[in-house]
Design a protein around this ligand. Structure first.
Ligand code: GLU
Ligand code: ZN
Length: 281
């Protein structure tokens, strides 16, 4: 850990989405956040990110709490995302009024057929709906996307600080005009997580390196919405024997299975701290 974060109590959080069980990668993420807070006598928060429509299930959130307890972690739970929809609406309205986000009616199929720039995830949306449907409200057929060029022009140069990478100049263009309010949901991950981390007083945002690009978008949103700016700690990912990121869809064994099978969670947590992973496959 860097010296700078030793000085003041830090507030970290673990923010899982209850649309599937936790696996070892989540355990690592939670432990990193937990230990960072404990080292400074700060606070470790649990926030359930449950705005994923019918995919969000309370049973998963219940299992998360048992998993964390099994790993020997202590936390303070803050309100779940589903209770914070008004704050998402308010922020989206403010961005919309300032012409920083715009309605997009493109379907997945239309987007797939558009001439794309190569982006981080293969392709990115080129902004074809920009200036096209000013009067549309978000709804089942309309998302709201950020006008990234306009937004970056408005904020000027922004810096964010990662405990390992140091100062990073924000360039939110890598992901294109990302969605801020989804068609099917009251916000996007990017909007909700940025607002919530600010509301919860998070001072060090810990998450996997796979989300580095999103941090640029979050830094931009903080500037546009006048939110406090935390530090970031992007940690290494937990990889399986093939060097692939552990993920639910790859069938990585859920922590809950290991817990229910009687494995010692405290021993596992220690292995995780030492990055000696038994991925359990
Ligand atoms: N709910 C997000 C996830 O589970 C949180 C990511 C983050 O920590 O920002 O991937
Ligand atoms: Zn569009």
């Amino acid at each position: 850990m860097s010296e700078s974060s030793n000085a003041l109590p830090v507030v970290t959080r673990f923010a899982p989405s209850p649309n599937g069980p936790l696996h070892l990668g989540h355990a690592y993420s939670a432990i990193v956040a937990h230990d960072l807070a404990r080292e400074s006598d700060g606070a470790f928060l649990l926030r359930i990110e449950d705005i994923d429509g019918p995919r969000s299930k309370p049973e998963f959130a219940d299992a998360f709490r048992r998993d964390l307890e099994w790993l020997g972690l202590e936390w303070e739970e803050v309100p779940a995302q589903s209770t914070r929809l008004d704050s998402y609406d308010e922020a989206a309205n403010s961005l919309l009024e300032r012409g920083l986000i715009y309605p997009c009616t493109c379907t997945r199929k239309q987007i797939a057929a558009l001439p794309m720039r190569e982006g981080k995830d293969g392709v990115e949306y080129p902004g074809s709906c920009r200036g096209q449907h000013e009067d549309l409200e978000p709804g089942p057929d309309t998302a709201l996307r950020i006008d990234i060029d306009r937004a970056m022009e408005q904020t000027g140069e922004l810096i964010w600080t990662d405990e390992e990478l140091g100062s990073v100049v924000t360039d939110a263009r890598a992901l294109g005009d990302v969605v801020i309010v989804r068609k099917d949901l009251p916000a996007s991950y990017n909007l909700a997580v940025t607002l919530d981390d600010a509301a919860d007083g998070v001072t060090v945002v810990t998450r996997g390196k796979d989300l580095l690009e999103s941090t640029h978008v979050h830094r931009l949103l903080q500037a546009l919405l006048d939110l406090p700016v935390p530090h970031w700690h992007h940690h290494e990912l937990v990889l399986d024997e093939d060097g692939e990121k552990l993920a639910k869809r790859r069938g990585s064994p859920p922590l809950s299975d290991r817990r229910e099978a009687g494995e010692d969670g405290l021993v596992l947590a220690e292995q995780v701290r030492l990055r000696k992973f038994d991925v359990g496959n």
